[in-house]
Design a protein around this ligand. Structure first.
Ligand code: 4NP
Length: 163
């Protein structure tokens, strides 16, 4: 990894399929980072605990929700790899099932801090970002509002936004 990359905080967003919630979280967090002119301080990516959508574009409902809010989305799904736990500083997941799977996968001694993204939701700390896949469009809007709040809370926790 280049020395420039070493100065960055590396953040990986994780859900199950990497087509609904985590690409949305990645896009929203990147958008907030962009708006605050912090691009060069972060490396941001997303992945899924499962690999069955690997290579797919984000779910059209997830992409449409981001687009409706003016947030650009550009991602292809991939599965979490062992190396992610040594390359990323923070792995932020959406629900308790993701958290269990990640803790099971994490190599002992690897640096990544694995936590629920909802821990940073100031309106509802510890909230779960529910799987919207089998529900209606409204679930995606709820996810969007959550990841907006969590992104701001996470930036605050890192000291990039004043409390
Ligand atoms: P995600 O949602 O974990 O937020 O990407 C899902 C996507 C696909 C499936 C389940 C959840 N699936 O069963 O294919």
């Amino acid at each position: 990894m280049s020395s420039e990359a070493n100065n960055k905080t590396k953040v990986l967003f994780v859900c199950l399929g990497n087509i609904c919630r985590s690409p949305m979280a990645e896009a929203v967090f990147a958008h907030q980072v962009n708006q605050r002119l912090l691009n060069d301080r972060f490396h941001i990516d997303s992945a899924g605990t499962a690999g069955y959508h690997a290579g797919d574009k984000p779910d059209s409902r997830s992409a449409a929700t981001c687009k409706a809010h003016g947030v650009p989305v550009n991602h292809r799904a991939r599965q979490v790899q062992k190396e992610d736990f040594s390359q990323f500083d923070h792995i932020l997941c959406m629900d308790n099932s993701n958290l269990r799977d990640l803790k099971r996968m994490q190599p002992r001694g690897s640096k990544a801090q694995v936590s629920l993204f909802g821990a940073y939701d100031e309106q509802s700390p510890g909230s779960i970002i529910e799987d919207p896949y089998y529900g209606g469009n409204e679930g995606f809007e709820v996810n969007y509002q959550q990841v907006m709040r969590c992104s701001e809370g996470f930036l605050k926790s890192l000291g990039f936004v004043s409390q």
